[in-house]
Each structure stands twice: as C-alpha cells, then as structure tokens.
Design a protein around this ligand. Structure first.
Ligand SMILES: Cc1cc2nc3c(=O)[nH]c(=O)nc-3n(C[C@H](O)[C@H](O)[C@H](O)COP(=O)(O)OP(=O)(O)OC[C@H]3O[C@@H](n4cnc5c(N)ncnc54)[C@H](O)[C@@H]3O)c2cc1C
Length: 587
C-alpha cells in the first residue's frame, strides 16, 4: 500500500457537509485539507448544456452506482435481508457535490421541540404515551443554540422565503408554527405557481396557515456573505435529480467549491473510495491516524491525517465506522451498543392526488416552489385524544411536471379505459393533475437499525450495510390522519376527482419517499446511547468527527439539509476557536 505525506485534515465525502467543512477550515485556518470523494469531479458549468429527462431523471445519471455498492434491507430481525438492486425509496448521489447537486432545495428548519423530543413529550403526555419499542432521544443541543448557525446556512445558500416568527414577533404570511429566528430569510419567497396558489387559497379558507416553502432555488440574483454570486430562478422545472443549468439552485459546486478552489491549502481528490479509518490506542487514548482508500487505478492508498471527518452521508458514515471497527455495534435485542442505532426515514407520501377540469401550467416550477401548512406538524395541535404522537407538513409543490415521469396519471374513473380512450384521458389529465404531499416525523425504534450484512459484499469485497427497517403504528396512524385532511383541501381547491394514498403498510423500498435518512451515529449529551457529542465529535476518539444526518436521533418531519449545515458550521466554529488551541474532547 502506498503511503502519502500526512495532512492536517482529511474529509471523507465531497457533498454539502464535507465541502462546507473544507471551506470553513480552508478559509479560516492554514490547515492542509484533503477531501476524498468516491465519485467524479463536477463543476457548475457542466449543467449549462441543457437537461435530458431520460438521462438524469429516469436513468439517474447523478446517483450512486448500485452495481458497485448498495444496501440490503429487511423488515425485521427474523427476515432475510436482500440487496436493493435499483434506486427506489432513496436516490443518493455520488460525485463532487453529492446529493446536494441534484436535490430539490426545500429548506425548512426543524421545530424547536424536535431537539428535546423525549423530554418534551414525556413532560406533556407522560411516559405511557411513548410507543412500545421506541428509542426516542434528546439531541444534547437546543434549537436556541443552533439558531445562529441556521441563519448562517440560510445566508450561505441565499434561502428565499417568508419568516413567521422574528425573535418571538409573529409575522403574517410566514410559518405561524416555526421557532423564532433572528432574521428574515435573505431573499423574498419564490413565485407561487398556479397549482400552489389554489392550495394556498383553499388551505386558508379551511382555517389553516399557509406559507411559501423556503427555497434554495433563489427568487432573485444574490451574492452571499462569502462573495459568491448566483442568478435568480427561471422556473424551468429541472431541479430534482438535475444540477441547475443557471446556478439558481444552491449546490455545493456553486456555493462552496468557488471558495475552496481559491485556497491552496485545500484539495479535492476524486475517485478516491475510502474503505477504512485507521485508528490505534496511544498514550493519550484512542486516535485516528488517517484513512485508506482505493484510487481510480485500483491502488490502495493510505492518507495519514491529524483530523478525520466523515461526511459521506448517513449510511456511508455508519458503514465506514462499522467496517473500521470503531465503537460498539448496536445490538437490538439487548439495546446495548451505540453504532447503527436509531435508523429513521421520513414519512413521505402523496396524500391526495387531485384531478382538475382546468390546465394547471405544471410544466413551470422549481424544486422548491410551493406552499406548505404547519398546522399539523410536530406538536402544533393537541395529541391527547389522538392515537399517535407528532405530525408533519402538508404541501403542494410545482416541481416541473416532466413528461416521461408524469405522463399517464389518470383518475380512477379513467382507469377502466384503454387504447385510444386511455390515451385521450392521459393527454387530457397530463396538465390537470397535482398531488398534495405529506412529510411527517419518523420516530426512532429499537428494532430499526443498521449493521453489516453477513452475506452480501460490495465490488471491493467489503460487507454491505444492512438496514432493518419498518413502519410502526405511530406512522401508519399519522398517515391515516393526514390523508383525509389533504383530500379535503384538494376538494376545496376545486378538484373534480381525488385519489387517496392507500396508507402505510410495510416499508417499501421501491416507492420514492425522499433521501432523508437519519441515524446510525447519533448525537447526545452523554456517551451512553450515542456515538458523537453535540459537536459531532466521536465520544471515544477526539480527532474523529462525523458530520451529517447520521447524527440525528430521529427524523423531525422537515427536510434535513439546513440542520446538517447548521451543525457543520457549529462544529467548524468549535474546531477553529477551541479544538485547534487545545486538542481533545469538546464536550
Ligand atoms: C433527489 C433528492 C432531493 C432532495 N431534496 C432535498 C430538499 O429539498 N431539502 C433537503 O433539506 N434535503 C434534500 N435532499 C437531501 C440532501 O441532498 C442531503 O441531506 C444532503 O446532500 C446531505 O449532505 P451530506 O454531505 O451528508 O451527503 P451527500 O450530499 O450525499 O454527500 C456525500 C458524499 O460522500 C461521498 N462518499 C460516500 N461514501 C464514500 C466513500 N466511502 N469514500 C469517498 N466518498 C464517499 C458520496 O459520493 C457523496 O458525494 C434531497 C436529496 C435527494 C437525493
């Protein structure tokens, strides 16, 4: 194996969290920083040639190659896990920028009580209301502590939106249920497409509090505090699964890479597939010494480093720690061990699909142009007499209704037809259809976790990550609660016909339900049940940091990236201001 000269910091993964850490360390210190990214290089200008729906959206050009590495999945301990051979329920990226290149850019913050979920729920409803088998935990950090870092993340991306609560003062038109924020969003909301405007008006008429979705697809030209300028969105609708042609959608390559490129102390090494974190026990306790990776020629390389950051996304972070034998693997039977526990996804469903008489112009839109209501989120409504805890957001989006993915959705009444009659119905309804989505909280359970698969291996011969994951009654009942509410809004919007989502049964690996997966290396105030402290620092190895949603003890209904970025900023501050002066545990 070839050994390279040592660097100060190595970062595994070149997505949102990895490149943000590289930018912060690279521009605020003189540390030598190397980012190792297993996919290829990318620059924002390569999207300018135009978009091909088949190539990007259907054949998934930007996603991880599952023939090299995938996960295995089973619903319970007694099932045999099988490899997921096609992208389905989540579509994670590879290459510089990670999933942040082809994401949507809907950027809500988490509700304040999400960070203290266990204490707040017990305080209000008592232990008895917690689901059997739950593994809910507090995060070891409060919303108030994270608030300034949320603001920095929003300013870096140039989020467009409308505040609902500035320092405790309610603001009309924003999210009436959000936590306080120190400042309004950097930019005004995006345009509201027609379908979403119908949703807004119907929701208002029914007594809800609609607000524009916070969007990283920016409403107008913007220069962020780092001096990076981007153009405003033109609503072409090629966002989700695509890189943005004009750079209006915040992506790691158009917000962070321009700064990183100017720093001589930071380099991004692509096609570097990290396999192990090298660690040993010295006089001052355990230390990581660097990482090994396979380069593009297939050679094994050792990159020594003083600091190691895992930023390879939820599942890969957990797998790398498991493969490297760092920490105690979680055992679901005894509930002992910390690594791999609290696997959560997002409860994500097209609650009601509405069919209209009039055209909706749904070809226009952006990955984050839409309207949400927070009335049914978190604990914004009383659960005393309800058969579930927590809730979620109902929303209507106009993402750009691209023909290959969306043609052929017809109402129930047209499903009996075929041939030319069906074609007529499919053409008629192509621009007359829209779904009201629900995204809800997924609580953590003892039985949902990750470990290494005993049978299946990746292209390098390393065990795949095994997911043991299924819904529980709390999620099923939450969905049953949300679906009729979505249907009521759809009918108030004037829908001619409404099709309802059939409900959550088993966890389905084939239905796309967001790439918002959490857990495995969760954070908390004490090492008893968690892997990292509230600075994302490994409890047992102080020169190892694990960034990203792998640290979330449970899903918080909203999309994860602003929280990932806020936590990364906070960690970077702690390293620059404290760790480098006095290396060791930060908490
Ligand atoms: C289609 C889609 C839509 C989304 N929409 C939203 C949204 O609207 N709002 C929101 O908040 N979030 C959204 N997300 C989620 C968002 O993209 C992620 O939360 C975010 O990208 C996570 O950042 P990360 O740095 O943790 O991981 P990533 O961005 O996934 O980056 C991880 C990087 O690590 C690399 N890597 C992995 N393993 C290795 C290894 N062994 N060696 C070297 N490199 C490795 C990967 O190739 C990848 O580039 C969306 C995701 C997808 C896929």
């Amino acid at each position: 194996m070839k050994t390279l000269p040592s660097v100060d910091a190595v970062i595994v993964g070149g997505g949102w969290s990895g490149l943000l850490m590289a930018k912060e360390l690279g521009s605020r210190t003189t540390l030598s920083v190397v980012v190792l990214e297993r996919g290829g290089p990318r620059t924002p200008d390569e999207y300018a040639d135009g978009m091909d729906e088949l190539d990007y959206s259907i054949r998934l050009r930007m996603m991880q190659d599952l023939s090299q590495e995938t996960v295995t999945l089973r619903h319970s301990l007694s099932d045999q896990a099988l490899p997921v051979r096609q992208h389905g329920s989540f579509i994670y990226g590879a290459g510089v920028g990670g999933s942040g290149e082809h994401w949507n850019g809907i950027t809500p913050r988490f509700l304040p009580d999400c960070f203290e979920l266990l204490s707040r729920t017990v305080e209000k409803y008592g232990h008895k209301r917690l689901p059997e088998d739950h593994a809910i935990q507090d995060w070891g950090i409060t919303y108030d502590e994270l608030e300034p870092y949320y603001t920095r993340a929003e300013q870096m991306m140039g989020i467009s939106g409308k505040a609902g609560n500035i320092r405790g003062r309610p603001v009309e038109g924003g999210n009436a249920f959000e936590g306080w924020r120190s400042a309004d969003y950097p930019l005004p909301p995006t345009k509201i497409p027609y379908f979403c405007a119908l949703f807004r008006d119907a929701a208002k008429a029914l007594g809800y509090h609609p607000y524009p979705a916070p969007a990283a697809t920016i409403s107008q030209a913007y220069t962020n505090p780092d001096g990076v300028a981007r153009a405003g969105c033109v609503y072409c609708g090629y966002c989700e699964r695509f890189g943005c042609m004009i750079g209006a959608k915040a992506q790691p390559t158009n917000t962070l890479l321009p700064i990183i490129r100017e720093r001589k102390n930071v380099s991004v090494r692509t096609r570097a597939w990290v396999r192990r974190i090298i660690h040993d026990s010295g006089q001052n306790g355990k230390k990581v010494r660097g990482v090994t990776y396979v380069d593009e020629k297939g050679a094994e390389v050792f990159q020594p480093a003083e600091l190691v950051f895992l930023a390879s996304w939820t599942l890969n972070n957990t797998r790398l720690l498991l493969l490297s034998g760092i920490g105690e693997t979680y055992n679901p039977l005894s509930a002992k061990g910390t690594l791999g526990r609290n696997l959560t996804h997002q409860v994500y469903l097209p609650a009601a699909t509405a069919f209209f008489e009039k055209p909706l112009n749904r070809f226009m839109g952006s990955g984050a142009a839409g309207i949400c209501i927070g009335d049914l989120d978190g604990d914004s409504f009383d659960h005393s007499d309800l058969p579930f805890l927590r809730g979620g957001t109902l929303l209507s989006m106009s993402l750009g209704y691209r023909p290959i993915a969306n043609f052929g959705i017809v109402p129930q009444s047209a499903r009996t037809t075929w041939g030319s009659e069906w074609k007529k119905a499919a053409l008629h309804f192509y621009d007359r259809t829209g779904s009201i989505l629900f995204w809800g909280e997924h609580l953590a359970y003892r039985g949902n976790y990750m470990d290494l698969d005993p049978t299946y291996k990746d292209h390098l011969g390393d065990p795949l990550l095994r997911l043991t994951l299924d819904w529980r009654d709390n999620e099923r009942r939450m969905a049953e609660f949300a679906i009729p509410k979505a249907a009521e809004i759809a009918r108030t919007m004037g829908a001619k016909e409404v099709t309802l989502f059939p409900g959550l049964r088993r966890y389905d690996a084939t239905r796309n339900q967001s790439t918002h997966i959490q857990g495995g290396c969760i954070m908390g105030a004490s090492p008893d049940r968690t892997v990292v402290n509230p600075y994302m620092q490994h409890w047992q190895i102080s020169n190892l940091f694990v960034l990203g949603a792998s640290s979330f003890p449970q899903n918080a209904s909203a999309n994860p990236t602003p929280t990932i970025l806020a936590l990364t900023y906070r960690t970077a501050d702690a390293i620059v201001n404290r760790y480098l002066k006095n290396p060791g545990p930060l908490a």
